[in-house]
Write a protein that binds this ligand. Structure first.
Ligand SMILES: C[S@@+](CC[C@H](N)C(=O)[O-])C[C@H]1O[C@@H](n2cnc3c(N)ncnc32)[C@H](O)[C@@H]1O
Length: 231
């Protein structure tokens, strides 16, 4: 089974938590970046626990059925969306939800699927970790202590040939109980590669931000937030 099925079901929620204010700010940024009008039909692709759904006024899709209870969302693969052609005005993919798949041809399938469900001139916002930033400050390990005293140790590996970042975790609870998580594995695209992939998938890059503060993208930006439209 693919790593992402297990990881998001089992370990993800223990490793990442988000204040509602942060999620609301991110959703507001995405709405502005996409210039969404009231009533726009928006899909939050890989919506997880749906922390952006309300702020975006979106419906969601995610592979992890358990995270979707009570949400206006469907359990589906990002490569095969349960939507008809041209069904939505915008697609949003937040917090590095693109690049998990087995190879770049599978990632291209996702972009083609996004282009299919978008209406003509519909827009996509893709929020990715900035590869240049991740590599400039690359540290093979890091640790942090959560508010409840949980210790989280990250071990990072970067495959330079494949441009793939893999991160595994050791989680030690306040009572000393240790959990080893194989973690996640993410393809990191340069902006040049991403622009080309978008173009090949029927989408054109419009603008690139460097973070949720709406700054312009630069090498040292933490994020690479691409806004594209159907050509
Ligand atoms: C990093 S989380 C981001 C969730 C949410 N966008 C957020 O910002 O909190 C990535 C999500 O992608 C989902 N996912 C992973 N692979 C998927 C796939 N092949 N198809 C659909 N969803 C997938 C996971 O279940 C997980 O909820």
């Amino acid at each position: 089974m693919s790593w992402y099925v297990d990881f998001f079901k089992r370990d993800y929620a223990r490793l990442y938590s988000f204040e509602p204010e942060r999620s609301a700010r991110e959703a507001a940024f995405a709405r502005n970046a996409l210039k969404l009008e009231d009533g726009a039909r928006v899909l939050d692709l890989c919506c997880g626990r749906g922390r952006h759904l309300r702020g975006l006024g979106a419906v969601g899709v995610d592979l992890d059925r358990e995270s979707l209870h009570g949400l206006p969302a469907a359990c589906a693969e990002m490569r095969a969306l349960p939507l008809r052609n041209g069904a939505v005005d915008a697609v949003v993919s937040m917090f590095s939800s693109f690049g998990y798949l087995e190879n770049d041809e599978e990632d291209r399938r996702v972009l083609r699927e996004i282009a299919r469900v978008l209406r003509p001139r519909g827009r996509l916002l893709l929020d990715l970790l900035n590869r240049e930033y991740a590599l400039a400050g690359f540290a093979p390990s890091a640790q942090r202590v959560e508010e409840d005293g949980t210790l989280i140790v990250e071990q990072r590996r970067f495959d330079a040939l494949g441009s793939r970042l893999s991160v595994s975790f050791v989680i030690v609870s306040p009572s000393g109980e240790r959990t080893d998580s194989p973690g996640h594995s993410l393809q990191l695209y340069t902006l040049t590669e991403l622009a080309r992939m978008l173009e090949e998938s029927g989408l054109r890059l419009d603008r690139v931000f460097g973070g949720y503060d709406a700054s312009d993208y630069a090498l040292e930006s933490p994020r690479m937030v691409a806004v594209a439209r159907v050509t």
